[in-house]
Design a protein around this ligand. Structure first.
Ligand SMILES: [Cu+2]
Length: 156
């Protein structure tokens, strides 16, 4: 094979490769916006992550788990009010209905990050891998932000 032919073949396959990468990126029906991690008060080891997840597809998708290098124990939580008290309940998964946006926010659905392995500094970015039921894994870089709660000390 001549050098030129080899070069052209190489460019052709590179094109196929890039084409498939772009195509797979464009095919995602999941959009994650406003990811953030709550700054931790001194002496605490748990925190929470919040974000908006939009499903632009025609079928329901669920967030099944979240993984990160900062914790081996990350759970999906919802917050419920029972007998006038707010409490957090672990969820198997969080469903993002077709065509809908679900907000993970304080006092609602959230990602609970237990036993954080390091002290998080405000402004630092935490990498979170979001694992969805369709096999997609979306990595977000969530900045650490201070959160002001009006009252109560619910950690989620
Ligand atoms: Cu929680």
């Amino acid at each position: 094979m001549s050098m030129i032919k080899r070069f052209i073949t190489g460019v052709f396959f590179l094109g196929l490769f890039l084409g498939s990468v772009i195509a797979s990126a464009a095919q995602s029906n999941i959009m994650v916006t406003e990811p953030r991690v709550r700054a931790m008060p001194p002496g605490t080891s748990n925190t929470a992550a919040y974000m908006n997840i939009k499903n632009t597809g025609k079928t329901n998708i669920s967030l099944q788990k979240v993984t990160s290098s900062i914790s081996n124990n990350i759970q999906l939580h919802d917050t419920i009010k029972k007998d006038g008290k707010m409490s957090m309940v672990e969820q198997e998964s969080i469903i993002i209905p077709a065509g809908k946006r679900v907000k993970l926010q304080p006092r609602s659905l959230h990602v609970m990050i237990m036993k954080v392995s390091k002290t998080l500094v405000t402004g630092e970015k935490v990498s979170l891998d979001l694992h969805f039921s369709n096999g997609e894994v979306i990595t977000v870089k969530a900045p650490v932000k201070k959160q002001v709660l009006e009252k109560g000390n619910l950690s989620g």
